[in-house]
Design a protein around this ligand. Sequence first.
Ligand SMILES: Cc1cc2nc3c(=O)[nH]c(=O)nc-3n(C[C@H](O)[C@H](O)[C@H](O)COP(=O)(O)OP(=O)(O)OC[C@H]3O[C@@H](n4cnc5c(N)ncnc54)[C@H](O)[C@@H]3O)c2cc1C
Ligand code: FES
Length: 261
Amino acid sequence: MIIQKNEYLPEYYNIENVKWETPDIYTINIKTKNPGHSGQFFMLSVPGTGEAAISVASGNGRDLSFTIRKIGSVTGKIYSSQKIGVRGPYGKGWPWKDYDHIVAVAGGIGVPPIRSLLEELMDAGRNRDVSIIYGARTPSDLVYKDRFEEWSRCVDLTITVDRGDEKWGGNTGFVTEFIGRKNFSKDTAIFIIGPPLMMKNSVAEAIKSGIREENIFLSLERRMECGIGVCGHCNVGEYYVCEDGPIFRYTDVKDKPELFL
Ligand SMILES: Cc1cc2nc3c(=O)[nH]c(=O)nc-3n(C[C@H](O)[C@H](O)[C@H](O)COP(=O)(O)OP(=O)(O)OC[C@H]3O[C@@H](n4cnc5c(N)ncnc54)[C@H](O)[C@@H]3O)c2cc1C
Ligand code: FES
């Protein structure tokens, strides 16, 4: 008799550490042998609540970390739990191995899969020809502040906020303004993740700057239930965002404006 593994059953892990990045965003670590890749996600749960899709914020031989905005029933309980349910990794990661020059653009809580991307690139010795542009609303909304100095020594890093405060001496303005200031080669790939309007405007700016449409990749967000292409909750046109994405080539989804709303 063949006994099949129930794919919906999570494995339970102790939370090793909780670090508050901002008043409502925290990072947790678990120890697992299968941390997935940048751009992929896991389904996390706390007994008695539902599940939430959360991106790989760090992995690749390190502890697996997730950076989570406290928004509702699951994300509001994980940080105070000793153990969490984890299943995954699911979805497709960033196709960074296919490109020599990469620009990654993150807005708001979109930054965790860009952190794991950056770590994978650095681990592979790919420091040159990597630009990261990360924007948040205000300086206090920026996460991973303690890593900016190290990252800026390794890659071309641009941090910007929509509105500065009296202590802020850095860039202000939307991430889109900074895309146009980079030098792109013919084969530059751009990876974009953030709120729908930010992604839409970033795509327009990337095209204006000469990046080929087929070199634009977006991480899309849909409400997930199963995470494995069964329930249909994340369905958009012919795609299941959980299985066919969450990373999509722009040319595959550009005729689906609902993905950017
Ligand atoms: C592929 C993928 C990767 C993600 N990665 C991360 C991550 O790394 N960090 C992170 O903080 N979040 C991430 N999210 C979003 C995260 O899944 C949701 O915030 C989470 O499911 C909320 O669960 P909850 O039970 O705490 O909230 P709920 O109690 O279910 O909802 C609270 C409120 O938030 C709204 N809401 C819930 N989920 C979403 C959503 N996906 N989009 C818009 N509104 C929503 C609900 O409508 C409700 O108003 C990701 C989502 C996807 C699809
Ligand atoms: S979440 Fe069930 S099909 Fe994608």
